[in-house]
Design a protein. Sequence first.
Length: 174
Amino acid sequence: MGKIIINNILRYPVFIVLQVFFFKNIGYYNLAAPFPYVLFLLLLPIGISNFPLYLIGLITGITIDIFYDTLGIHAAACIVLCAFRIFFHNITLDRKFDKSFITPTLSVMGFKWFASYAFLGVFIHHLFLFFLEVFSFQNISITLLSTLMSSIFTFSLILLISLFFYKKKSRILE
């Protein structure tokens, strides 16, 4: 358990620095912007209780908000992502995983589970983020297109990062 905590403490500044100093300036015609920092929240251990999870999500979102000059938009989207994460784990995993500190990576959980988990989480995060940013249903088609394009872009980056750190192990889910 100590190794998992150390890994997450080290993973946090890496994702924040990459997001702020590298991915902040990458985009595609204001339609697609990558936010791979959400992988940090997705990779937190399965057995983490709700209060620390929401607190970590809030701190992560506020940190990104500080560097992006947004007023709590990323923090709110991270809280929604944490709520989705709890819901997804409850409906897809057995009760025996509730107290386990397994990190839900691609190599541990398998491709189908991880891909659906990551894409749905990224899509919900981005949907909430972009609708809060626009705060209007005036140009809903552009907002939805931007959400979809950014989700695909972010999901592709998350898969690349996950494949880069892929370790051949026995799968929990197949």
